[in-house]
Design a protein around this ligand. Structure first.
Ligand SMILES: Cc1cc2nc3c(=O)[nH]c(=O)nc-3n(C[C@H](O)[C@H](O)[C@H](O)COP(=O)(O)O)c2cc1C
Length: 184
C-alpha cells in the first residue's frame, strides 16, 4: 500500500472479528514501533502485549465506561497493547524542563501512530484508547503505581469498512507565513 492510501486506511476500528492475530504480523508492528522517533532518542516507553484472554478481558473492562457508554467494543479485540511511559534520558528531560514541554507524551503519540499505521499495513484494525481506569490497568499488569499508562491500543482483524474521514478543511488548519487560526 502506498503511504497516502495507508493514511486513509488507518482508522479507529471499534469492531473486531473472532480471528487471532498472527505472531509475525505482531512482531512487524512492534518493530515499526521500535523505529519511532523520540526527543533526544530517549525512547521513553514500554509496550505490554496483552494477549492472554483473561487479562485482555480485564483490561477491556477497565476501558469501558457504563455511564458514558465508552469503549464497550474493546473486549472484541484479541489483543491490547498497553503503553507505559518510562523515564526519558537526561537530555530529553532537561529539554522538557527548559522548554516546558513534556516530550515523552509527544513521543508516545508518535509511537502510537507508528503502531496503528503498521497495523493498517498488515490489514489489521486498531484503535487508540485514552479513556480507561489507569489504576485498574496498573494493578492488572503489575505496573508500578509511580508510572503512567498513557495509552492502550486495540489490535485485531476488523469487519469495518474504511470510512471517509471527517476532518477540518486544510485552509482552516494551515496558514502560510502568519498565524491565522480560523475556528469553526
Ligand atoms: C490520544 C487518543 C485517545 C483516544 N481515545 C479513544 C478512546 O478512549 N475511545 C475511542 O473509541 N477512541 C479513542 N480515540 C480515537 C479517536 O476518537 C479517533 O482517532 C478520531 O475520532 C478520528 O477518527 P479515526 O481514528 O477513525 O480517523 C483516541 C484517539 C487518540 C489520538
Amino acid at each position: 500500500m502506498d503511504f497516502n492510501s495507508l493514511v486513509l486506511a488507518r482508522q479507529s476500528n471499534r469492531s473486531y472479528i473472532d480471528r487471532s492475530l498472527e505472531n509475525d504480523k505482531l512482531v512487524r508492528i512492534l518493530e515499526c514501533a521500535r523505529m519511532s522517533p523520540s526527543a533526544c532518542n530517549a525512547q521513553p516507553w514500554h509496550i505490554i502485549v496483552v494477549d492472554n484472554l483473561e487479562l485482555k478481558n480485564k483490561i477491556a473492562d477497565a476501558t469501558s465506561e457504563k455511564v458514558l457508554g465508552m469503549n464497550h467494543f474493546t473486549k472484541l479485540a484479541p489483543l491490547h497493547l498497553v503503553i507505559v511511559e518510562e523515564a526519558a534520558n537526561l537530555t530529553s528531560s532537561f529539554g522538557s524542563w527548559v522548554k516546558r514541554k513534556h516530550f515523552p507524551l509527544i513521543d508516545i503519540g508518535i509511537l502510537a501512530e507508528h503502531i496503528c499505521l503498521a497495523a493498517a499495513n498488515e490489514g489489521l484494525g486498531s484503535c487508540m484508547i485514552g479513556w480507561f481506569d489507569e489504576i485498574k490497568v496498573k494493578k492488572i499488569l503489575n505496573v508500578p503505581s509511580s508510572k503512567r499508562v498513557q495509552l492502550i491500543i486495540t489490535l485485531g482483524y476488523t469487519d469495518q469498512k474504511t470510512r471517509t474521514k471527517i476532518r477540518k478543511p486544510l485552509d482552516k488548519i494551515v496558514s502560510y507565513n502568519d498565524y491565522r487560526f480560523i475556528s469553526f
